[in-house]
Design a protein around this ligand. Structure first.
Ligand code: IMP
Ligand code: MG
Length: 197
């Protein structure tokens, strides 16, 4: 069980380790931001029958909330990518775990991402969609961690810039956990239970 406080408060998660989570952006702030993004996206895509490509798994909640704020025809596809890591450093190689099945040629595509960190995932996907001759490819990212960038990536629609901390919640995970937190939280260093007493 966890309880969710207002922004800036600290919550404890009842697990074998007690993680401290500090709310960075609360659910109301996220909701407001998603509505703002939807307004701009609507202006740009209303008459284009766009194809939204949601990058699994992290963007599934963002995609769902964004889609429900858009009241014009659009299509949604999912892609799952993973990056190979060597000695905790990204090798820069991206692996397609689940490819898109839609015809991309001549479509206006919007990539929907949870976070742009190194930028490698978005760059890989954008290049891939452009090779498939999409009419246009833009990027909508819920969060951006510019301090960690290793390759140039343009983010056309951005929710929040986040500090160089590991964030979880609202779809973002640590080892598949915390995706269901309604707020975007910073995960502090895990502490042994004994240290918490
Ligand atoms: P990239 O480094 O920009 O290619 O990002 C790769 C993926 O790493 C993102 O799509 C996220 O799923 C994940 N990621 C990067 N930073 C964080 C974080 O702070 N929390 C959770 N996932 C992250
Ligand atoms: Mg992601």
């Amino acid at each position: 069980m966890w309880t969710i406080p207002k922004t800036g408060f600290i919550i404890s998660v009842n697990m074998s380790f007690k993680e401290n989570l500090t709310v960075l952006y609360g659910r109301n702030e996220i909701d407001f931001k998603v509505r703002q993004l939807a307004q701009v996206i609507k202006q740009d895509y209303e008459d284009k029958n766009p194809l939204f490509v949601s990058v699994l798994k992290g963007s599934f909640i963002f995609m769902a909330d964004l889609a429900r704020q858009l009241d014009f025809p659009l299509e949604i596809e999912f892609v799952r990518l993973s990056s190979y890591n060597e000695d905790t450093k990204s090798s820069g190689k991206i692996n397609i775990v689940q490819d898109i099945s839609f015809e991309v040629k001549n479509r206006h595509v919007l990539i929907v991402e949870d976070i742009v960190d190194s930028g490698l995932t978005v760059k890989f996907l954008k290049d891939m969609l452009e090779e498939q001759q999409a009419a246009s490819v833009r990027v909508c990212a819920l969060t951006n961690k510019p301090s960690r960038r290793t390759c140039a990536v343009d983010i056309d629609y951005l929710g929040f810039s986040v500090p160089d901390k590991f964030i979880v919640g609202y779809g973002l995970d640590l080892n598949q956990k915390f995706r269901n937190l309604p707020d975007i939280c910073v995960l502090d260093e895990p502490k042994q239970q004994s240290e918490m007493r």
